[in-house]
Design a protein around this ligand. Structure first.
Ligand code: ADP
Ligand code: MG
Length: 235
C-alpha cells in the first residue's frame, strides 16, 4: 500500500515568550491522504498557523515525526528540504507576500527560478511559458505586467495562487487565504481551490469563515495546540 501523503506523529512545537513557554502544538498526530480537501478552524492562537508552517516545511517541530510521501522530512538536509518544498508544496498566505517591486509575471516566475537552480530543464523560455500558464489559470494573464500595488486584493491573491501552483505541487496550503478579501472575492478564491482539488491537488486551508470551512470534505478544529475535532462531512 502507498504511504499516506502526509503523516504527523506526536508533533510538538513550543515558543518562548520571555520565560513563558507557549505550547503551540501539543503531540499532534494526523494522517492526510492524497487529494483530500481539508479546512482547519479554531480560535486565534490555537496553533493553526504553526501547524500550517510545519506542514509547509517553513518551520521545524521540536519533536515528533513528519513524513511526507513516506519520507521523514526532519532527517533530510536543509537544501533537500527546500527542494521538497519547492516541488511538492504551494503556500498561500493571508497577506499575499508578493514581491512589491516585481510585476505579476515575475512574482509567479520566482519558484521556477529556484527550481532552475537544481533542474536545468527550466530555461528562461520555459519559465516564462509556465508562469504565463499559471496566470492564465487564475484569469490574470492580462495583468501580468502589473505590480502588486496596481492590483486589487483579490487579484493579488490570485497572483499568489498562480505562484503557489506554478510548479504543479501536489499540496496546496493556504493560511486564511480569504481573510483580507470581501466575501464575493473570497468565494472566487475558494472556487479556484475547488477546481484544483478536482484536478487532484491536496488542499488544506485555514479559515475563520464557517461557510468557507463547510465547503471542505474534512474539518480539523484546533484548540489550545491540540486537534479538538477531526470530522468528515456527509456526502
Ligand atoms: P493561530 O494561527 O491559530 O492564530 P498560531 O499558530 O499563530 O495560532 O499561534 C499559536 C500560539 O503560538 C499562539 O499563542 C502564538 O502567540 C504563539 N506563537 C506563534 N508563533 C510564535 C512565535 N514566532 N514566537 C512566539 N510565540 C508564537
Ligand atoms: Mg494564524
Amino acid at each position: 500500500m502507498n504511504a499516506p501523503l502526509i503523516e504527523l506523529e506526536q508533533i510538538n512545537k513550543t515558543f518562548m515568550m520571555g520565560k513563558e513557554p507557549i505550547l503551540a502544538l501539543r503531540n499532534i498526530s494526523l494522517t492526510i491522504q492524497e487529494n483530500e480537501f481539508i479546512s482547519v478552524i479554531g480560535p486565534s492562537g490555537s496553533g493553526k498557523s504553526t501547524l500550517m508552517n510545519v506542514l509547509g516545511l517553513l518551520d521545524q517541530p521540536d519533536s515528533g515525526v513528519y513524513r511526507l510521501d513516506g519520507v521523514p522530512v526532519q532527517s533530510v538536509p536543509d537544501d533537500e528540504r527546500a527542494k521538497l518544498r519547492n516541488q511538492k508544496i504551494g503556500f498561500v498566505f493571508q497577506v499575499f507576500n508578493l514581491l512589491p517591486r516585481a510585476d505579476a509575471l515575475r512574482n509567479v516566475e520566482m519558484p521556477l527560478v529556484y527550481s532552475a537552480s537544481y533542474d536545468r530543464s527550466f530555461s528562461k523560455t520555459k519559465i516564462r511559458e509556465l508562469a504565463e500558464g499559471a496566470l492564465r489559470r487564475v484569469s490574470l494573464l492580462d495583468r501580468m505586467s502589473h505590480k502588486p500595488n496596481e492590483l486589487s486584493g483579490g487579484q493579488r491573491q490570485r497572483v499568489a495562487i498562480a505562484r503557489a501552483i506554478v510548479n504543479r505541487p501536489r499540496i496546496l496550503l493556504a493560511d486564511e487565504p480569504t481573510g483580507n478579501l470581501d466575501s464575493k472575492t473570497g468565494s472566487e478564491i475558494l472556487a479556484l481551490f475547488e477546481e484544483l482539488h478536482h484536478e487532484g491537488v491536496t488542499v488544506i486551508m485555514v479559515t475563520h469563515d464557517p461557510k468557507i470551512a463547510a465547503r471542505a470534505r474534512r474539518t480539523i478544529s484546533m484548540a489550545d495546540g491540540l486537534i479538538a475535532k477531526d470530522e468528515y462531512a456527509h456526502s
